[in-house]
Design a protein around this ligand. Structure first.
Ligand code: FE
Length: 461
């Protein structure tokens, strides 16, 4: 049986094994070593699912579930439901024209390393076989909560027993003068990537606004297309949410070695051009030539549908610990959901939340208590993982650093009262699964506190 990475869509094929990690052909997924991770995105084994959904075993009272959005959150709710329960009628209504695909792979798609067929998780026939009705380019535009009906853009009316709002987010676009010029993009969808690729054909100089995960990955994609790439980041180091300054510097050096350039601690004042963008003017007066600009400034949850339906919203749709919105028949999960004040905007929490939503639709009363954020940078030649509270400060907090900038390596463990609460690993790929585990468990490391200071301390062994 083949297994698919829920994060990036990589498929583990037992017939091929995984030579990159010394896994011989013929090794079944269940027999992979514990330390094995997704060779593409670094996700651990628990984030894999069988390629075809197992036959559902439970019988139940049935009912209809309408899911708004076919990104990872919406898709995973559907997957969990079909895996568990026969007799539920499941509809997914989506804005895009493509079936569920691996959004984290868009930078590699942009670079031309992957085709659309590589991004798609399942063929249309799979959805038919599972009994999932997918409405593409036909999103839910209105919800009648009283009548429990969702109206699609085509006019189709779907009544529901449960509605799941998994409408995700769109790129945040700061109010930069000139952002309407041609050659200025955001990257969220396959169609965005296709448009950028088209524009890149006659471009030489790209500026990426924002040095977060997506900005850097997309920047690498543009670099692979032959453009010169400068990343502008307002913070004084890269990946400000995932890295401290030391880690940011190690990463910057690695990316510079790949040809990327950086302007840090500065922001964009305006984009300048007649029709197409030609220059980027920065706040400090510096001017960068640019015929392609990619704005990567975070996300904005798609809450319009929920707000228009009268559901309680803040920056996202407010959900309780059961991931119910202010209407008990309506759940929300993924980028659109705001749980205890928090919107994650990354995939692992969306997977956690989708599983909780599915369980609650099945009547199990499962609570969600938040996720430990985990992020990895998907740039070839760089292994970077950040997990948990890597920026914690204050009394009782210790940062144990191993700095090897010349080798492009950096490791940091964050302890609070002796317990592991966060970790950064750049260039320590074999130690990542264990680091993820000890942070997930908030392992108490006081007994080995001294050994941790040893630069040779190896979490993998
Ligand atoms: Fe993966």
């Amino acid at each position: 049986m083949r297994y698919v990475c829920r994060i990036c869509g990589y498929t583990y094929d037992p017939e091929a094994g995984d030579p990159s990690q010394g896994i011989a052909p013929g090794t079944a997924f269940a027999d992979l070593p514990e330390a094995w991770v997704c060779p593409v995105c670094g996700a651990d084994r628990s984030l894999f699912q069988p390629e075809s959904a197992p036959e559902a075993t439970e019988e139940g009272p049935g009912g209809r579930v309408v899911i708004v959005g076919n990104g990872v959150a919406g898709f995973t709710v559907a997957w969990e439901l079909v895996k568990r329960r026969r007799g539920l009628e499941i509809h997914i209504a989506a804005e895009e024209r493509y079936h569920y695909y691996a959004r984290p792979q868009l930078p590699r798609f942009l670079a031309g390393e992957l085709g659309i067929e590589d991004l798609l998780f399942y063929e249309p026939s799979w959805y038919e076989a599972q009994g999932i009705r997918v409405w593409l380019r036909d999103p839910v535009v209105r919800v009648d909560r009283e009548g429990r009906q969702a109206e699609l853009r085509s006019g189709q009316i779907l009544s529901y027993d449960w509605l799941v709002i998994a409408s995700g987010s769109r790129p945040a676009t700061p109010p930069i003068v000139g952002r309407e010029l041609s050659g200025v993009f955001t990257l969220r969808t396959i169609d965005d990537a296709l448009a950028i690729r088209e524009s890149a054909l006659d471009a030489q100089q790209a500026v990426v606004v924002g040095g977060g995960l997506l900005g850097l990955e997309a920047g690498k994609g543009l670099l692979s297309l032959g453009l010169s790439v400068t990343v502008v980041e307002v913070n004084d180091h890269l990946l400000p949410r995932q890295l401290d300054r030391e880690g940011g510097e190690v990463l910057q050096r690695l990316l510079e070695q790949q040809g990327m350039r950086f302007v840090l601690g500065n922001s964009v004042a305006r984009l300048v051009g007649m029709d197409r963008v030609r220059e980027v003017h920065l706040e400090n007066g510096q001017r960068l030539r640019a015929d392609l600009v990619l704005i990567s400034a975070g996300i904005r949850p798609e809450i319009e549908l929920a707000r228009d339906a009268g559901l309680t919203c803040d920056r996202g749709v407010i959900v309780d610990d059961y991931l119910r919105t202010s209407d008990a028949r309506i759940y929300a999960c993924g980028d659109v959901a705001q749980h205890r004040g928090r919107i994650y905007g990354i995939i692992p929490p969306a997977l956690d939340q989708a599983q909780v939503v599915a369980a609650n639709i099945l009547g199990e009363k499962v609570e969600y208590h938040g996720s430990i954020p985990t992020a990895s940078l998907k740039v070839a030649g760089i292994d970077l993982t950040s997990v948990g509270d890597v920026l914690a400060e204050g009394p009782g907090v210790e940062h144990i650093r191993l700095m090897q900038p010349e080798e492009g390596r950096y490791r940091k463990l964050v302890l609070r009262e002796g317990k592991a609460v966060g970790a950064i690993a750049i260039g320590f790929r074999d130690q990542v699964p264990r680091l993820l585990q000890i942070v997930a468990e908030q392992a108490d490391l006081r007994s080995i506190r001294r050994e941790l200071e040893n630069p040779d301390f190896d979490f993998a062994s």
